[in-house]
Ligand binder design. Structure first.
Ligand code: PBG
Length: 347
């Protein structure tokens, strides 16, 4: 870090005796709202938000997610309504995630490939109703596997990289066929971005973007999400053989570099707030469109404290989102998206 220069003509000028101490008063620029607005370095707008939503199949419209107050699983009809709400709130994109019925899950996640699965039907319905809203979907097997892992396993429980990628390519193609705008590989298999890019291009979907979960950590902050899509109960072991070690930062840069080389259009760091240093390094190093995922556990923490009135919920919500922008993120995937957009639109 460079030293901050302090300009003064001579050292005496800055003494109380000279009547002008201190020459530099940082508070002058903060004295009123108008000047604080002028000197603000970072802006948060509704255009910075991506709204993750949870899908369920069936007639029931909304089922609350227990550990994420304010978040529901929604059926396709309600998902379309939420998509319309996103447009009304000026949110550029949504990211649906499925709760897959237990009897549709199997060891290889074969439901993921089916063009009639919940996700594909939802994407189709949303794109028909609100064609200009961006729809971004995960490419990963965990909602679909009976063991809750993002990949397929061998007889010893080892995740098989290349066998998994073969399935992910077909999953990505089904989503592209359903009309998705952008796929987001979140599985952390090696080489999947390149493989998915080639599969999409070969099938004529060269317009479908890839937002890669490039630096995704093996995190305890995903707990409420796994409850929401029903994978916590079934997950055997943990995801440390494919998701990153929270101790590592240089490794994140290598992951991002590989995904860019393989054709990622945008990259993501996940979780968000505990990894703002990674966001900053990635943005500074690559200058790529860089997103952060404020994950379910981060949302749960803030909401729990707000519900107890231990924190001012709106205030910490906006402060946390601003922190992502200040760290260099171009946007944030956040369950707060509709609430934050409402406040931003009212301002
Ligand atoms: C699945 C996936 C996860 C999240 C997004 N995609 C969970 C995981 O990797 O176990 C977590 C999102 C959140 O916690 O909000 N590949």
């Amino acid at each position: 870090m460079k030293p901050i220069p302090i300009h003064r003509s001579d050292s005496q000028a800055n003494t109380p005796a000279a009547g002008m101490y201190p020459a530099v008063r940082m508070r002058r620029n903060r004295k009123a709202d108008w000047t604080r607005r002028l000197v603000a370095e970072t802006r948060l707008t509704t255009s910075d938000l991506i709204w993750p939503i949870f899908l369920i199949d069936g007639p029931q419209r909304r089922v609350p997610v227990e550990h994420m107050p304010g978040v529901d699983r929604v059926n396709i009809e309600q998902a379309v309504a939420d998509a319309e709400r996103a447009v009304a709130l000026n949110i550029p994109a949504i990211a649906p995630f499925p709760y897959v019925q237990k009897d549709l899950r199997d060891p290889t996640g074969s439901e993921a490939e089916r063009s009639t699965n919940l996700m594909c039907r939802a994407v189709d319905a949303i794109k028909r109703a609100v064609p200009h809203l961006g729809v971004i979907t995960d490419v990963a097997l965990d909602p679909y596997t009976s063991h809750g892992h993002d990949g397929v396993l061998d007889g010893n429980g080892v995740i098989l990289n290349d066998e998994t990628i073969a399935i992910l390519r077909r999953q990505a193609l089904s989503l592209a066929q359903a009309g998705v705008d952008c796929v987001a590989p979140s599985d952390m298999m090696d080489g999947r971005v390149g493989a998915i890019r080639r599969a999409l291009d070969t099938a004529g979907y060269d317009d479908v973007q890839i937002l890669s979960y490039a630096a995704k950590y093996a995190s305890g902050f995903y707990g409420p999400f796994r409850d929401a899509i029903g994978t916590n109960a079934t997950l055997i072991g943990d995801k440390r053989t494919y998701q990153m070690d929270p101790a590592n930062s240089d490794e994140a840069l290598r992951e991002v570099a590989l995904d860019i080389a393989e054709g990622a259009d945008m990259v993501m760091v996940k979780p968000g707030m505990p990894y703002l240093d990674i966001v900053r390094r990635v943005k500074d190093t690559f200058g790529m469109p860089t997103f952060a995922y404020q994950v379910s556990g981060e949302y749960a923490m803030l909401q729990a404290a707000a519900q107890n009135r231990w924190l001012d919920g709106d205030r910490v919500m906006m402060e946390s989102l601003m922190a992502f922008k200040r760290a260099g993120a171009d946007g944030v995937l956040t369950y707060f998206a509709p609430a934050a957009a409402k406040l931003l639109n009212a301002a």
